[in-house]
Ligand binder design. Structure first.
Ligand code: AMP
Ligand code: GLY
Length: 425
C-alpha cells in the first residue's frame, strides 16, 4: 500500500524512512519532501503546498493513510478536509490543533483542568503588559500567542529585554501571531520532550527524548528549532514518566474530549522538570518534535503503519510500541546564518552511506542536477545508535565531521546533559 507524509523536514524524512521499512508499504509519498526523500528509491516526492493539493494526491494515488508532519497544515485544517473526503489521516483537527496554535488557549485549558504550568497572564495592549512585567520582575518569559515558526518565545533575563519583546511583538514584528502575548513566570530546571500518540481517548507514549534548542555549545546563543536530540532522556525516569502521564497527558486528552474537541494525533508536551523533580508544562505541540523524531524513529522497532492504523481506528489501547534498547542521538548540521535568514545553494559533500547504526536524515536540502545542495536552515540531522549514549554520540559525530558545506554550523556537545546524568544510559 501507499502512504503519504506531508512536510519537508528532517522529521518527515525520518517518518518516511520508518514507514518504508514496513512490509505492508510499497511506496512512501512525501509532499513536498526534500533532497533526501527525492534520492530514496522507496520514496517519491510529490509537489504540494495546500490542503487541496494533499487531498487530491491522497485520492489520485489511493493512499492508505496520511501522516502530517508540521503544524501549519494542521492549523489550516488538513485533517478536517481529509476526514470530510473519507480519507484516513493521523493528526488533530483544526480546532484541537489550537493547543499549539494559541498559547492563550493552551494556558486557559491547562488552568481549567488543573494541569501544572507556569503562572501567566495574556495581554493585547502594551501598557498593562509593561505594568505586569514591572510587578513580576525578571527573569520572565514573553510568548507570542500564535504560531511564529519557533521565533515566538523570548526568555528575558532582564526587565529591559522583556519590555522590548512586548513592544516588538505587539508592534507587529511577528505579524498577527504577536497581536496577543502571554507573559509567563520563568521556570528553572531541565527540559524534556514527552511525545505520545492519541486516538481521541487512548494514549500510546513514545520513547522519551530531549533536544538542544540553543545554537551554540553549552546551550548558549539564540534559540533555534533544535540543534540535536537524543532518546531516551535519562531525566525521564519511570517514576517521572508516570507522573507526566497522570498529571499532564491524561488530563489533557480527557479534558479535550470533555470539551468536545477530542484530540487525535501526535501530542508533544514540552516539560520542565524542577530541582525537586516536579514536571510543569511549557507548551504543547500538536505534532512530533524536530529533531526529536529522528532519534525516536531510529529506535522504533514496531511497524509504524500498524501503530498509525490503530490510532486512526481508535484502538491504540490494543497495541504496544517496541523500542530498541540502544540510545539514539542526532546532530543537526545547519546552514550559514541560521537561525536568521539561512543561505541556500551551498553544495554538500561527503554524505556517505547509511548503515544499521548511522543514518543521515535530510531537512533543508534539494537535488540540483543530481547534487545535493542546502535549501533551508536546518540542513541535515546525522543520527546514530549506540549501546550507550557515548557510543551513539561518537558515531554521529564521526559521520557528521565528514559532511562538508560552506558555512556549516554544528554543535559539538549534543547529549552533554545526559552524559552528565547519574544513571546508566
Ligand atoms: P516553547 O516554544 O514554548 O517551547 O518555548 C521555547 C523554549 O523557551 C522552551 O523550549 C524553553 O527552553 C523556553 N521556555 C519556554 N517557556 C519557559 C518558561 N516558562 N521558563 C523558562 N523557559 C521557558
Ligand atoms: N524540537 C522542538 C520542536 O520540535 O518543537
Amino acid at each position: 500500500m501507499k502512504v503519504l507524509v506531508i512536510g519537508s523536514g528532517g522529521r518527515e524524512h525520518a517518518l518516511a524512512w520508518r514507514l518504508a521499512q514496513s512490509p505492508r508499504v510499497s511506496r512512501v509519498l512525501v509532499s513536498p519532501g526534500n533532497g533526501g526523500t527525492a534520492n530514496d528509491p522507496d520514496m517519491l516526492n510529490v509537489p504540494g503546498e495546500t490542503v487541496a493539493d494533499w487531498v487530491r494526491i491522497a485520492q489520485q494515488e489511493a493512499v492508505h493513510l496520511t501522516v502530517v508532519g508540521p503544524e501549519a497544515p494542521l492549523a489550516a485544517g488538513v485533517v478536517d478536509a481529509f476526514r470530510a473526503a473519507g480519507l484516513r489521516v493521523f493528526g488533530p483537527t483544526q480546532a484541537a490543533a489550537r493547543l499549539e496554535g494559541s498559547k492563550d488557549f493552551a494556558k486557559q485549558f491547562m488552568l481549567r483542568h488543573g494541569i501544572p504550568t507556569a503562572r501567566s497572564s495574556t495581554f493585547e495592549h502594551a501598557a498593562p503588559a509593561h505594568a505586569y512585567i514591572d510587578a513580576e520582575g525578571a527573569p520572565i518569559v514573553i510568548k507570542a500567542d500564535g504560531l511564529a515558526a519557533g521565533k515566538g518565545v523570548v526568555v528575558a533575563m532582564t526587565l529591559e529585554e522583556a519590555h522590548r519583546a512586548v513592544d516588538d511583538m505587539l508592534g507587529g514584528s511577528l505579524g498577527g501571531a504577536g497581536s496577543r502575548v502571554v507573559i509567563e513566570q520563568f521556570l528553572a530546571g531541565e527540559e524534556a520532550s514527552f511525545i505520545v500518540m492519541v486516538d481521541g481517548q487512548h494514549v500510546l507514549a513514545l520513547a522519551s527524548s530531549q533536544d538542544h534548542k540553543r545554537l551554540l555549545d553549552g546551550d548558549q546563543g539564540p534559540n533555534t528549532g533544535g540543534m540535536g536530540a537524543y532518546s531516551p532522556a535519562p531525566v525521564v525516569t519511570p517514576a517521572l514518566h508516570g507522573r507526566i502521564m497522570r498529571e499532564i497527558i491524561q488530563p489533557t486528552v480527557q479534558g479535550m474530549a470533555r470539551e468536545g474537541l477530542p484530540y487525535t494525533g501526535f501530542l508533544y508536551a514540552g516539560v520542565m522538570i524542577d530541582a525537586q523533580g516536579n514536571p510543569s508544562t511549557l507548551e504543547f505541540n500538536c505534532r512530533m518534535g524536530d529533531p526529536e523524531t529522528q532519534p525516536i524513529m531510529m529506535r522504533l522497532k514496531s511497524d509504524l503503519t500498524v501503530l498509525l492504523d490503530h490510532a486512526i481506528d481508535g484502538t491504540l489501547d490494543q497495541v504496544e510500541a517496541e523500542w530498541d534498547r540502544r540510545t539514539a542521538l542526532g546532530v543537526v548540521l545547519a546552514a550559514a546564518n541560521y537561525p536568521g535568514t539561512p543561505r541556500s545553494g551551498d553544495v554538500i559533500d561527503g554524505l556517505g552511506v547509511d548503515t544499521e547504526t548511522t543514518r543521515v536524515f535530510h531537512a533543508g536540502t534539494r537535488l540540483v542536477d543530481g547534487a545535493v545542495q542546502t535549501a533551508g536552515g536546518r540542513v541535515l540531522c546525522v543520527t546514530a545508535l549506540g549501546d550507550m549514549l557515548k557510543q551513539a554520540r561518537g558515531r554521529a559525530y564521526e559521520r557528521a565531521e565528514g559532511i562538508r558545506f560552506a558555512g556549516r554550523q554544528m554543535r559539538t556537545d549534543i547529549g552533554w546533559r545526559a552524559l552528565a546524568a547519574p544513571v546508566r544510559h
